[in-house]
Write a protein that binds this ligand. Structure first.
Ligand code: NAD
Length: 485
């Protein structure tokens, strides 16, 4: 075992759980046994929540300009430790070093946004009647929780943690049991940056801890990022316990390619979008709709896909189970009559035989009722469907229950505008394969890709992590009686 076991982080210190149940942490890169992670019990969560609750009065009363100083220092520490953090992400998640570095760079951008919060949350004040003032300010909620998935071990925790904490909340983070190591380093760097003990806590575990978070009477709000199946469970459970909840789910993102699209740029974007992070991105292109005659672009997509080499510029998928699942989708499509143009099945990387890889896969002549067309595959696979018109393409996109992202590739502004208006997704790209909004714009999908009001990052997240306090004051009794007295 390369690393010490991933244990909980409570009140500024790593500590063993009362539970002896653990899960192995295996690197998808080459099957190395990296660590094991504790499956905490409710007693661990209670302890973490108690620590967060005890830290809340002092932290919430610390002026926001002072609170964000921690994040200025945290940003510098992320920069300083970029290589070490990237290496850890590669090991536990299996993505490439370049992708891991991009994830830390994005974490830095998210932290910069948190540093700007004092500028964004200054309140409102007005003399509403003679001598009477109303003012609105933002108050933190208290103890909040963030439950995160495996595919971005640093970025997704940094979607929620810096904003929630800079806004004065104390947090319980529940990392994915598949990638529990990076969050531990984040905790250490937060401490080094001067975050008081108890403000950020980690409780490792599986669905049992997630359920306990949703039920805990002292947790005010729950954010969740993961699959739609679990997002629904968490949203229902947390809100039935009268908590605030935003729960981001899975995705099936469509790229609409029109005949006037620039072939080279489109092919590169499609190939990069479907294969980046081995297709394990909620923003990955998973379905492409070829509108009209675009065979020349499909050919170039295949050429681009063949340049993507597992173990070099294509990382591993998270587990053997995931690899088998992805391959099953490809085989089902083939059996259903689709044509496999580039086949990533049975990929073995020399020297990393115990790694779990799927090569880039391009499937053509997929029909909308096939499972590869409807379901999230979470692997480097693009399913191409063919339509004659843009409206037919949009009908396919609209019929999918997810709604994270959709993109159109064209040089026709009118067609692009039409897709922007008609696609049923929260994030739209025009000639952009992965239309992730950068800060300060917020991140969040529609339909079954997100449950709850507002988005998880950017300005929208300020609403989620705070509540408004409205005060009305009068300091001049001589003003006499008026209608507000
Ligand atoms: P997952 O839903 O399996 O797990 C997410 C979290 O929920 C983990 O911490 C896990 O321990 C916990 N969990 C798992 N099963 C549970 C259950 N039955 N009850 C309660 N908690 C449970 O997701 P994953 O496999 O880790 O991540 C991949 C999924 O996340 C994909 O569907 C992907 O699209 C989605 N995702 C979405 C976004 C987005 O912004 N919409 C971003 C990243 C990932």
């Amino acid at each position: 075992m390369k690393y010490n076991p991933a244990v909980n982080y409570i009140n500024g210190a790593f500590e063993n759980s009362a539970s002896t149940e653990t899960l192995d942490v295996i690197s998808p890169v080459d099957g190395t046994h990296l660590s094991k992670v504790v499956m905490s019990g409710v007693a661990d969560l209670d302890k973490a929540v108690a620590a967060a609750k005890a830290a809340f009065p002092a932290w919430s009363q610390t002026p926001v300009k002072e609170r964000v100083q921690v994040f200025f220092r945290f940003k510098t520490l992320l920069e300083k430790n970029l290589k070490e953090l990237s290496d850890l992400i590669v090991e536990e998640n299996g993505k490439t070093y370049t992708e891991a570095t991009a994830e830390i760079e994005k974490s830095i951008e998210l932290t910069e946004f948190a540093c700007s919060l004092p500028q964004l949350i200054s309140g409102e004040l007005l003399e509403v009647s003679r001598g009477i003032e109303c003012r609105i300010e933002r108050a933190p909620l208290g103890v909040v929780a963030s439950i995160v998935p495996f595919n971005f071990p640093s970025m997704v925790p940094n979607w929620t943690m810096p904003n929630a904490i800079a806004l004065g909340n104390c947090m319980i983070m529940k990392p994915s049991e598949k990638v529990p190591l990076s969050v531990g380093r984040i905790a250490e760097l937060l401490k080094e940056a001067g975050l008081p003990d108890g403000v950020f806590n980690i409780v490792h575990g599986d669905s049992r801890i997630v359920e306990a978070i949703c039920d805990h009477p002292d947790i005010e709000a729950v954010s969740f990022v993961g699959s739609t199946k679990v997002a629904k469970i968490v949203y229902r459970r947390a809100t039935s316990n009268l908590k605030r909840c935003v729960a981001l789910g899975g995705a099936k993102n469509h790229l609409l390619v029109l005949p006037d699209a620039i072939p080279g740029m489109t092919a590169q974007n499609v190939a990069a979008s479907m294969s980046g992070c081995a297709g394990q991105r909620c923003m990955a292109a998973s379905a492409m709709i070829a509108v009209g005659e675009v065979d020349h672009i499909v050919e170039q997509i295949c050429e681009e896909a063949r340049k993507i080499v597992p173990g070099e510029n294509l990382g591993a998928v998270i587990s053997r189970q995931s690899q088998e699942n992805i391959e099953k989708y490809i085989t089902e499509a083939e059996q259903g009559g689709a044509k496999i143009l580039v086949d990533g099945r049975n990929t073995i990387v020399k020297g990393k035989e115990n790694g779990t890889y799927v090569g880039p896969t391009v499937i053509d002549y997929v029909t909308p009722e096939m499972s590869v067309a409807r379901e999230e595959i979470f692997g480097p696979v693009i399913s191409i469907m063919r339509t004659k018109t843009l409206d037919e393409a949009l009908a396919i996109e609209n019929a999918n229950p997810y709604g994270n992202a959709a993109s159109v590739f064209t040089q026709n502004g009118g067609a692009a505008r039409y897709v922007m208006a008609k696609a049923s997704a929260g994030m739209i790209g025009v000639n952009v394969g992965v239309p992730v909004p950068r800060e300060p714009f917020s991140f969040g999908g529609w339909n079954e890709s997100k449950f709850g009001v507002g988005d998880i990052t950017g300005k929208s997240s300020i609403e989620f992590w705070t509540k408004l306090k409205k005060s009305t004051t009068k300091w001049n009794p001589e003003a006499g009686v008026n209608w507000m007295s």
